[in-house]
Design a protein around this ligand. Structure first.
Ligand code: FAD
Length: 646
């Protein structure tokens, strides 16, 4: 094996989106030498694509807002399956995190009296999303990058080296978290451009790699969302929590086919856009579920009045949580009342003057004009559900963001599970990144700098990580224990089959037989993926990169399918046609996925039987003072008699 570069750091952060950068800033400010490593270019994380805003109960537009109301909305949105302590910390700390961004140079849109403006979004009782037009994620990342640079400038003054305490490794992909015993000791990675391997040794690793959308065919997610962090944690021995909950955003583009899935921000509805079917009907009034009946308008007139007088009217049902709207659109299309290309109509052109649309929704205006030749100031958009966000993720401690069962491993952002329960409210991701990114960086730094003795990376682990990464180059030879390897498989063809399988069989509406079929198909794909082969060399070879990503997408897809099959109810981002109602008894159940082979090996696992073992766990009861924030009549809809009695 060739000699592999090693570098020593205190904390390694995998991922440079909002969560990763906020963690890195915190860790460096707490005195830990911190490395950030990211698969794409620095500044091109998924967070950049966030449009609508950051949810934080600042009360700038409606003074009745408070952390308690935000907590309530988040729990309702997640159908009470949220890790309630995370939801509490998130609601309490989000306003400070937004203010902090302003002190670091972010410039949010303002109210007339100069305060940070806040907009309406689905499931939020008051206008709550701090925003920069519909390009909020860009400003968030720009600000955090600027903060990184300013810390590097401070370090240069003191040490003569910009990167002495905070260094970014861009276009580098981590393929394994390394361990000594139960403790983390670093990461193994390759540089995408040169194919060179290297190791970053560190006693603390923060995983902040975002989501899993590229396992599905129709998705709003970009190329790097292949579930790497979820898989890295599983392989390191940490469990994933409630992976059945995948959010299908109700409004993705449906036409032309090349852009199918690209997001149409919820701000369009927040700012007054309405959904209509092919008969011109505002159909969402027919889809308000019982748990939300008292909170939403019963007529179009009341819904329309709400935009000007929210204190005396109820909000329109277009602003229900995303899972409800996505299911409603799905039903309308299935009933034959869809738009020409299989979606429904989202209309803002009859609701606002053209210049207001262009000012408030500039990206949407350009997106539709350039990609679909549709002028949204004059005509309706065609939209339909798209795979958008994963609520399930690495099981973490709510306060410290420490991953369960692996000392020194932390997780924050979309890759971490629990905060959003069964369904995330719009805007709650950007605030989640900031709140728990900070917490992960803080606790990782404390842990790493407080250790008396550091774990050591042994050569054997590095050699096997390198051998695993090189396997696609020798795919034609038989593997140990396999009789006939057959010809190599094309990673692109495997990826397409995986995406089609997940879209068709574990998508927005799920059925037992189809999920069993998906698991059988995943087993076949796993066997074939072992033979995924590539030609050429290691210098920027996208086929090779995809062959390595396949391991992660297959692991994560199996978690989603197994957990979805196990949960025999419908809740949030998990809809079972064969179990169509929410079951209060299931509210107390978390599903945990672990690697079936606890040593973290994949080769030893029987590929057909599957790589994941699933267990149930009872959720801890919600703290009484938090429960007291709800009316008893509302709690009855979610909690069992037993819990209510307790
Ligand atoms: P990301 O920002 O995706 O960062 C992940 C990082 O990990 C990247 O740097 C990536 O390169 C790196 N990475 C991944 N795998 C590896 C690996 N193996 N090795 C090294 N690096 C790796 N949420 C809101 O709250 N409000 C909104 O308005 C909003 N709008 C959205 C609009 C769109 C179009 C989309 C798709 C999402 C939107 N969301 C929104 C959701 C939100 O943007 C994401 O959930 C959030 O940005 C995720 O941030 P993150 O830091 O967890 O991950």
């Amino acid at each position: 094996m060739s000699v592999i570069d090693r570098q020593e750091w205190d904390v390694v952060v995998v991922g440079a989106g909002g969560a990763g950068l906020r963690a890195a800033v915190e860790a460096r400010e707490r005195g830990a030498r911190t490395a950030v490593i990211c698969k794409s270019l620095f500044g091109k994380a998924h967070t950049v694509m966030a449009e609508g805003g950051i949810a934080a109960a600042m009360g700038n537009v409606n003074p009745h807002d408070s952390w308690q109301v935000h907590f309530r909305d988040t729990m309702r949105g997640g159908k009470f399956l949220n890790q309630w302590r995370m939801a509490e910390l998130h609601a309490r700390e989000a306003p400070d995190r937004v203010w902090e961004l302003e002190t670091w140079g972010a410039l949010f849109d303002r109210t007339k009296d100069g305060r940070i403006s806040q907009r309406n979004f689905g499931g939020h009782e008051y206008p709550r999303l701090a925003h920069v037009g519909d390009r909020t994620g860009l400003e968030l990342i720009r600000t955090l990058q600027q903060k990184v640079v300013s810390l590097q400038q401070e370090d240069e003054k003191e040490t003569g080296d910009y990167e002495s305490r905070l260094k970014v490794f861009q276009e580098c992909t981590v393929t394994r978290v390394l361990k000594q015993g139960d403790r983390v000791c670093g990461v193994f990675a390759y540089e995408r451009e040169s194919g060179r391997f290297f190791v970053l040794q560190a006693p603390a690793v923060v995983i902040a790699t975002g989501g899993i959308g590229k396992s599905f065919k129709v998705t709003s997610n970009s190329w790097e969302y292949t579930g790497d962090g979820h898989a890295l944690a599983l392989l390191a021995g940490a469990p994933l929590l409630n992976m059945e909950f995948v959010q299908f955003h109700p409004t993705g583009m449906v036409w032309p086919p090349s852009v199918k899935g690209i997001l149409v921000t919820e701000s369009v509805r927040g700012d007054g856009g309405v959904l209509r079917n092919s008969e011109g009907k505002r159909f969402m009034f027919d889809y308000v579920p019982d748990v939300f009946k008292e909170k939403y308008a019963e007529s179009e007139e009341e819904g329309d009045r709400w935009y000007d007088d929210p204190d005396h009217n109820r909000r329109p049902p277009e602003l229900l949580p995303r899972d409800e709207v996505a299911r409603a659109i799905n039903s309308e299309v299935k009933a034959g009342r869809g738009s020409p290309h299989g979606g429904v109509f989202l209309d803002v052109s009859t609701r606002m003057p053209a210049e207001v649309i262009r000012r408030r929704l500039p990206s949407m205006y350009h997106q539709f004009k350039e990609l679909a030749d549709v002028d949204i100031t004059a005509e309706a958009m065609e939209v339909g559900p798209t795979c958008h966000y994963v609520m399930g993720g690495i099981a973490v401690d709510s306060d410290t963001a420490a991953a369960r069962g692996v000392e020194g491993l932390y997780a924050a952002g979309e890759v971490a599970g629990g905060m959003h329960g069964s369904n995330r409210l719009g805007g709650n991701s950007l605030s989640d990144l900031l709140v728990f990114g900070r917490r992960a960086g803080l606790h990782a730094a404390r842990y790493a700098t407080g250790l008396a003795e550091r774990p050591h990376v042994d050569d054997g682990q590095i050699d096997s990580a390198a051998a695993e990464a090189l396997r696609p180059f020798s795919a034609e030879g038989p593997r140990p224990g396999e009789q006939d390897a057959g010809p190599p498989e094309n990673p692109y063809a495997l990826h397409q089959e995986l995406q089609q399988t997940m879209n068709d069989l574990v998508g927005i509406i799920r059925r037992e037989g189809e999920m069993e079929q998906a698991l059988r198909k995943l087993a076949q794909l796993r066997v074939r993926a072992r033979k995924a082969g590539v030609e050429g060399h290691r210098q920027f070879n996208p086929g090779w990169h995809l062959a390595l990503d396949l391991r992660n997408m297959l692991l994560v897809s199996e978690c989603v399918a197994r957990a979805a099959l196990e949960r025999t109810e419908s809740r949030g981002g998990h809809t079972r046609e064969d179990h169509p109602t929410m079951d209060r008894a299931w509210r107390r159940v978390n599903l945990l996925c672990r690697l079936a082979d606890p040593t973290g090996g994949l080769a030893a696992t029987d590929p057909v039987r599957g790589q994941i073992s699933l267990t149930r766990e009872t959720t801890p009861p919600v703290r009484p003072d938090l429960l007291a924030l709800f009316e008893k009549e509302e709690l009855v809809k979610y909690l069992t008699e037993e819990e209510l009695y307790e």
